[in-house]
Design a protein around this ligand. Structure first.
Ligand SMILES: Cc1cc2nc3c(=O)[nH]c(=O)nc-3n(C[C@H](O)[C@H](O)[C@H](O)COP(=O)(O)OP(=O)(O)OC[C@H]3O[C@@H](n4cnc5c(N)ncnc54)[C@H](O)[C@@H]3O)c2cc1C
Length: 461
């Protein structure tokens, strides 16, 4: 019996597939990176089945790529070796337990963000992390995803209390517990969150949830310059306004948004804002914010309290990436993802704008500016080597600018293959520590090999 037959025996045969269409679906993510087919895709339903798959992968020295929804942007799920087994977690999609009094929920990794929020709504609760795409919780934990609400509630790493993880040899461990704090042992939650499938497969996640706010208000504030918009954000944060979301969309992206979403928003650098709280607190926050943005030369501020208008506003914001894709038929998007200290944000965004213009490529800048994270969305033809090189040059310029100012090459999308070349520059000697951790936990390099770290050897810098 070979690997395929043993996998069929471990799972029901209909949950082991080498069908061309299935392989194609698991050969790519949402990025411009070149797809590559895995050899086989498996669809486990239980923790024990995942453990069994890992034991077989070990036996046959087969690489394993965990797969959530494939919405990642740095080639994170693209196999890069022969004989790859992709583990698709879509059938492990149950909300296992809602502990409403503890503000905790236990889920399987294939549960999606919107599926979880639909279930939590019954309890007056919600899960805060919103990366725009309807990603799986397993994938979001593995990339340490964040998005629009991180400025108030934090990133995935802040929400994870415990993970059930299958290690490379099939062993099953828990990385945390249910307590709100702990000083016990190394912080394994912190290590495994953001490990992009290179250290283990998550089979259960216990996550923090929040009470649905009594009132929510959204707003749109337009400016003549990105500088003014960013200064307004700094002013809002310095004033201690507990803003729940603050997003910057530049002029080019506002134009794409209006074309795609049918909105008629003013086409200048714009902040999209959201406030959560009780009525009295909210009114105070709104008035304070209005004063701050007007002081920073805001040209127009419009508040939206009714749910439909608010949803429309955030839908338009979340669809900016698709607006660019729709506006550039046949092209793919390269998305940069640096994060800088907030004091360096205005300069960083200006540098990104100049880098895009110098390249001659079409693109814009959007950002989760409350935490200094922004994206340049650059449209390229992946088959045109000149386009790819130009976009890579823009990316490098943006990353180098961020690293020189104490920032990071990726705020939320992860390293995958796209950000590997910046790891040494960003981490220095600490990269050797990461290599040693990888070697200790996955000595044969079967877990998502050659992602984050280039190979499994420990290289003294
Ligand atoms: C239009 C658009 C907008 C986006 N905006 C944002 C944003 O604002 N913020 C943000 O953070 N991201 C954003 N993303 C990126 C993306 O949604 C995230 O990277 C997401 O967290 C990946 O989840 P997924 O379920 O699609 O995982 P996948 O893409 O399938 O996998 C991502 C990584 O997780 C690993 N993985 C998956 N499941 C498991 C598991 N069970 N155990 C261990 N490892 C696993 C994979 O091996 C891979 O390395 C955006 C993407 C798109 C397309």
């Amino acid at each position: 019996m070979g690997l395929y037959e043993e996998l069929q025996e471990a799972l029901n045969s209909d949950r082991v597939s080498s069908n061309e269409t299935i392989l194609e679906q698991h050969s790519k993510d949402e990025s411009y990176h070149t797809p590559r087919f895995p050899d086989v895709v498996v669809f486990p339903e239980t923790t024990d089945e995942v453990s069994e798959i890992m034991k077989l992968a070990n036996k046959y020295h087969s690489p394993v790529v965990p797969f959530g929804l494939g919405s990642s942007l740095e080639g994170n799920v693209i196999p890069n070796e022969q004989d790859t087994i992709t583990i698709d977690f879509s059938l492990m999609n149950k909300v296992l337990e809602v502990r409403e009094n503890d503000f905790l929920v236990k889920v399987q990794p294939g549960v999606t963000r919107s599926q979880l929020n639909k279930e939590l709504k019954k309890y007056g609760l919600f899960f805060s992390v919103d990366p725009g795409a309807d990603a799986t919780l397993g994938g979001m934990a593995a990339t340490n995803a964040s998005g629009t609400t991180a400025v108030k509630y934090g990133v995935m790493r802040d929400q994870v209390r415990d993970l059930e993880v299958i290690l490379a040899d099939g062993a099953i461990i828990h990385t945390g517990n249910l307590a709100a704090k702990s000083s016990s042992g190394f912080h394994l939650n912190g290590l495994f969150v953001g490990s992009e499938g290179t250290l283990g497969c998550f089979t259960e996640l216990t996550l923090k949830v929040y009470g649905i706010p009594e009132h929510t208000m959204a707003a749109r504030a337009s400016f003549d310059s990105v500088d003014d918009a960013v200064e307004a954000v700094v002013g809002i944060l310095q004033a201690g306004v507990p803003i729940a979301r603050v997003e910057l969309v530049d002029e080019q992206s506002m134009k794409q948004m209006n074309l795609y979403s049918g909105t008629t928003y003013k086409e200048g650098p714009t902040l999209f804002l959201e406030f959560h709280g009780n009525e009295a607190g909210l009114n105070h926050d709104i008035e304070f914010t209005r004063e701050i943005v007007l002081d920073k030369n805001c040209k127009e501020i419009k508040f939206e309290s009714d749910t439909a208008a608010r949803n429309r506003l955030w839908e338009a914001r979340h669809n900016v990436a698709y607006a660019y894709i729709h506006g550039h038929p046949g092209k793919k998007q390269m998305v940069t993802d640096v994060c800088v200290p907030i004091s360096k944000l205005a300069g960083a965004i200006k540098e990104a704008r100049v880098a895009i213009e110098d390249s001659g490529l079409s693109g814009g800048v959007v950002g989760h500016v409350g935490d200094g994270n922004y994206h340049a969305l650059i449209m390229i033809d992946p088959a045109n080597q000149e386009d790819v090189e130009k976009a890579k040059h823009v990316n490098t310029r943006i990353v180098n600018y961020a690293l020189k100012r104490g920032g990071t090459c990726t705020g939320e999308h992860g390293v995958g293959i796209g950000k590997q070349e910046y790891q040494e520059k960003e981490h220095g000697e600490a990269l050797v520590v990461m290599q040693k951790i990888k070697q200790a936990l996955d000595p044969d390099a079967i877990l998502n090999p050659n992602k984050i770290l280039k190979n499994n050897s420990v290289k003294q810098l």
